[in-house]
Design a protein around this ligand. Structure first.
Ligand code: HSE
Length: 297
């Protein structure tokens, strides 16, 4: 039996559209075994998760088996995920990485983690969630001709990430569909400078100016219409002391970054969100600097 634990991830981080992402201490844990025949999927989630051949963990496994030419027999998947589904926290990337790693182990570990990353990116379409899900930490990724070049950096665990998760889903596909095909040079240059600044600040541990580094002009202004009180939530977060606030991935989760004593911020923000009456759920998380872990029993 293979046990894989894959972290949640928060992508884009404001300006780093399709490139930046960070792994967070919230996990999807999968127990996977090869059986004599058929497919069995159990999961703990109250959300709908396909249990047939369109299950994402299973599909990802089949993709790797095809790549390495492995003839599988049956597969049993038991999924225990803490990651809210379709909320911009990398739930699908965790399934893809979990499935690929397990399939690689079952088929004799023929692929390296870098080769597994390239398959994961081809399944997901962009690298900003799958890279930190696999390698942990804060990741910068760039994909060229099907190959992803990346750097994963461990970040001092003295930041907290307060995830604010509303009670509705946004699919990445739909959320990308509302973005314009073309952007101005001014907006592109605005984002490049912020993404580069955010990278330098996080890697050097200088967090004072994070607020400026997460500013974005490529996606958040289009996506915020999906979320009631979006601007007000951002304003409140800064009033209550956030170091930075951004839309996580394609949303709808909003993330605020605080210092390690984020508990007062967390309390005030939860109270404020409760007052909005939209059933927001908050959690305060640390960075995961480890990435996916696989154990074979
Ligand atoms: N970067 C993607 C997007 C989401 O903003 O659509 C995560 O891969």
């Amino acid at each position: 039996m293979i046990k894989v634990r894959v972290p949640a991830t928060s992508a884009n981080m404001g300006a780093g559209f399709d490139s930046l992402g960070i792994a967070l201490g919230l996990y999807n844990t999968l127990k996977i075994s090869e059986t004599e025949k058929g497919l069995t999927v159990y999961n703990n989630s109250s959300d709908f998760i396909p249990t047939g051949e369109n299950n994402l963990v299973y599909k990802s496994m089949c993709r790797l088996f095809d790549e390495v030419g492995y003839q599988k027999k049956g597969i049993k998947i038991v999924q225990n995920s803490e990651i809210p589904i379709t909320r911009g926290l990398g739930s699908s990337s965790a399934c893809v990485i979990g499935g690929l790693l397990a399939a690689n182990a079952i088929s004799g570990r023929q692929l390296s983690y870098k080769e597994i990353l390239d398959i994961a990116v081809s399944i997901e379409g962009h690298p900003d969630n799958v890279t930190p899900a696999l390698f942990g930490g804060f990741c910068v990724s760039a994909t060229e001709n099907g190959h992803t070049v990346f750097l994963s950096s461990k970040i001092e665990p003295n930041l907290r990430f307060v995830i604010m998760v509303p009670n509705f889903y946004v699919s990445t596909k739909n959320s990308r569909g509302i973005l314009p095909e073309m952007v101005t040079l001014k907006d592109a240059s605005y984002n490049i400078s912020r993404a580069a600044l955010l990278t330098s600040l996080l890697i050097s541990g200088k967090y004072e100016d994070l607020r400026f580094a997460v500013e974005d002009r490529l996606h958040q202004k289009y996506r915020k219409n999906n979320i009631d009180n979006f601007d007000e939530i951002f304003e409140k977060s800064y009033e209550y002391g956030a170091k930075a606030t951004y839309l996580s991935g394609s949303g709808p989760t909003i993330v605020s970054v605080t210092d390690s004593d984020g508990s007062s911020f967390y309390r005030k923000m939860c109270q404020y969100l409760d007052g909005l009456g939209a059933d927001w759920k908050c959690r305060m998380l640390t960075i995961d600097n480890v990435g996916a872990i696989l154990k074979e029993f």
